[in-house]
Ligand binder design. Structure first.
Ligand SMILES: Cc1cc2nc3c(=O)[nH]c(=O)nc-3n(C[C@H](O)[C@H](O)[C@H](O)COP(=O)(O)OP(=O)(O)OC[C@H]3O[C@@H](n4cnc5c(N)ncnc54)[C@H](O)[C@@H]3O)c2cc1C
Length: 309
């Protein structure tokens, strides 16, 4: 049996596994995706790259500030001036550098979709693709609304998740051949509530076209959540071109991403949940709040609780 299996290689899962591995605990991380980082993600296309998930990272607490300081010394994050007089830490050469640095040296199995868990003597059996994996302890860090799909709706740890809310976010990535009129534009009253010139972040590839990432408001995202990526591009691209003062023939690339669970609006209010027999933990940003730091804090708190036992 693997001593600890973590489901999810987002920031919460990586932080948990990092803390455990540093303490000498054998841990395996499983993620359904091709990369690691979950919602801290970078996509490459048209010779450019786009941070289509988290835009930047902030630290309110001293512990996460120290983590970011260490990542900065390794060159995995750097300051970015957003054009409005504010500076933020971003991953370099992309936001995905942050989870990659956090996960360096950890055993992460990618393309490993977990479809269910069964309690057995001394631990758990996880269904992973077409095979089973045995674990003494399991840490689940998937978004709260997806937990019931793994544990079953009647599991005692599912009921406390009923109040957790996570809003969606539709995101557009576009390459546009036109001088950039601004670095970022934030307007809560605009359907296009956030626009960022990704090419301007440190370490990004340059080219004839500029890489833009745009997000629509929660209301707009909810109204159009079930549209296809092509339909989302058709909705969002004209809005972006209007804000940039550009014409459709300036566009060299456009694609959309639907984050069904993007930003926590009502968190659980405590850093994690634990089963009565201590063999199962639930964590993620949704425990604390809508930020990378919250995911890190939840994952770290789980690891420290496990180590305390
Ligand atoms: C568009 C957008 C913009 C954002 N902007 C910011 C920002 O500027 N600053 C900020 O601090 N935060 C921002 N956030 C929030 C931040 O990205 C999240 O709070 C944080 O990344 C969540 O980390 P997590 O580990 O809790 O969850 P996730 O990153 O969602 O990780 C969960 C992981 O579980 C995996 N998984 C799910 N189900 C399974 C399964 N059945 N089997 C195996 N693996 C599975 C997923 O593939 C994923 O990798 C933004 C988020 C979005 C979407």
């Amino acid at each position: 049996m693997t001593p600890v299996v973590v489901i999810g290689a987002g920031i919460a899962g990586l932080a948990c596994a990092r803390r455990l591995a540093d303490a000498g605990v054998s841990v395996v991380i499983l993620d359904k995706g091709r990369g690691i980082g979950g919602r801290v993600a970078t996509r490459r296309a048209a010779g450019l790259q786009f941070d289509h998930g988290a835009q930047y990272v902030t630290a309110e607490g001293a512990r996460f500030a120290a983590v970011l300081q260490e990542l900065s010394q390794k060159g995995a994050v750097a300051l970015w001036a957003d054009g409005s007089g504010r500076s933020h830490l971003v991953g370099t050469p992309g936001m995905s550098a942050l989870p990659k640095a956090l996960g360096a040296g950890l055993e992460v199995r990618q393309n490993a979709l977990v479809t269910g868990l069964t309690a057995v003597a001394g631990g758990w059996t996880l269904r992973v693709g077409d095979s089973d994996l045995a674990a003494e302890r399991v840490v689940i860090t998937v978004p709260a609304p997806q937990v019931a799909g793994l544990l079953g709706a009647v599991h005692p740890l599912v009921a406390p998740l009923a109040g957790v809310r996570i809003a969606p976010c539709l995101t557009l990535m576009a390459a546009v051949r036109r001088p950039a009129p601004f670095v970022t534009r934030k307007d809560a009253g605009d359907p296009l509530s956030w626009i960022a010139q990704d090419s301007q972040k440190p370490g990004r590839p340059g080219g004839e076209a500029t890489a833009w990432v745009a997000q629509v408001s929660t209301a707009f995202s909810e109204a159009h959540l079930e549209k296809t990526p092509a339909e989302i591009v058709a909705l969002m691209l004209p809005l972006l071109l209007d804000r940039l003062g550009a014409s459709p023939d300036a566009v060299t690339h456009a694609e959309a991403h639907r984050w069904r669970y993007a930003r926590v609006t009502t968190p659980l209010g405590k850093p994690f949940l634990r089963s009565a027999d201590d063999s199962l933990y639930l964590g993620g940003d949704w425990c604390i709040g809508p930020r990378v730091e919250a995911a890190w804090a939840s994952g770290t708190a789980i690891a420290e609780d496990l180590l305390a036992q």
